[in-house]
Design a protein around this ligand. Structure first.
Ligand SMILES: Cc1ncc(C[n+]2csc(CCOP(=O)(O)OP(=O)(O)O)c2C)c(N)n1
Ligand SMILES: [Mg+2]
Length: 238
């Protein structure tokens, strides 16, 4: 992993610099250097300095993330901000590794989790293809296994349906990985896109199928996915 420090100098060519960035770069903004991060669409992992040269607007925007996360905290179904923070609270004292992309839940971990190690975040999938999350998380968990790291993945439902075989592979090869289902029962990014286009063309939403009533806990049952590889877990009947 590289640590990038943005200081308050001049950058002439943002697009050229953007091509050189990597998703796992650890970004540090030194005071007014935060404006370069904003121009590049980056949210720095750390902001340092006496904060006399960062613009008040940018500083307020950073501080706002915590406030934004509290919106609808007690709502049901649970908000994605709360889901993210509950998962963080559950893993933060482990040697954790977040293996899932964060775009499906509004990038909350980059906004609020403290990420200090290269393996704390695998990064988002470059191609944005669904089916990436379940399988990429499994690959990360395999790499983390020998280090004894706790791999967690906040797993969208549609994505898991694309690569459900990842569960079999995890069970068969005994790869420890916690998938926390982000089950909104739909291909929702797709639905929102279709809604937008339907509005623009002034037609109804009758052709949108947005409910995927899948019982993922049954799919994850080891008796179903890998019966040849059952092992006893104390307190759990197999
Ligand atoms: C292989 C592939 N097919 C289709 C798409 C188009 N697409 C983008 S998001 C999405 C829905 C994703 O559903 P889910 O994984 O449940 O996440 P959600 O949007 O519900 O949070 C689809 C179909 C894609 N990105 N990749
Ligand atoms: Mg979904």
């Amino acid at each position: 992993m590289r640590a990038l420090i943005f200081v308050n100098g001049t950058i002439d060519d943002y697009p050229q610099l953007a091509r050189w960035l990597r998703p796992d770069d650890y970004t540090i903004a030194a005071d007014g250097g935060a404006r370069h991060c904003a121009a590049l669409g980056l949210r720095p992992a750390v902001l340092v300095g006496d904060l006399d040269s960062i613009t008040p607007e940018l500083l307020a925007d950073y501080e706002k993330a915590r406030w934004d996360a509290t919106y609808g905290w007690d709502a049901s179904p649970v908000s994605t901000a709360r889901l993210s923070m509950e998962v963080y609270n559950a893993v933060r004292n482990e040697d954790w590794s977040l293996a899932s992309p964060t775009a499906p839940y509004s990038y909350w971990p980059q906004r609020l989790w403290t990420m200090e190690k290269p393996y704390h975040f695998l990064g988002d999938g470059g191609g944005m293809g669904i089916g990436y999350c379940a399988s990429a998380s499994l690959g990360a968990a395999l790499a983390n296994r020998k280090h004894g790291r706790f791999t967690v993945s906040i797993q969208p439902d549609g994505d898991l349906l694309m690569t459900i075989g990842a569960l079999w592979t995890a069970a068969h090869h005994k790869i420890p990985l916690l998938y926390v289902m982000h089950n909104n029962r739909g291909y929702h990014q797709e639905v929102m896109h279709v809604q937008r286009i339907a509005n623009r063309r002034m037609r109804g939403l009758d052709r949108v199928a947005d409910v995927l009533p899948v019982a993922f806990s049954y799919l994850a049952d080891q008796r179903a996915i890998c019966p040849s590889n059952l092992y006893a877990v104390p307190g759990i009947r197999t």
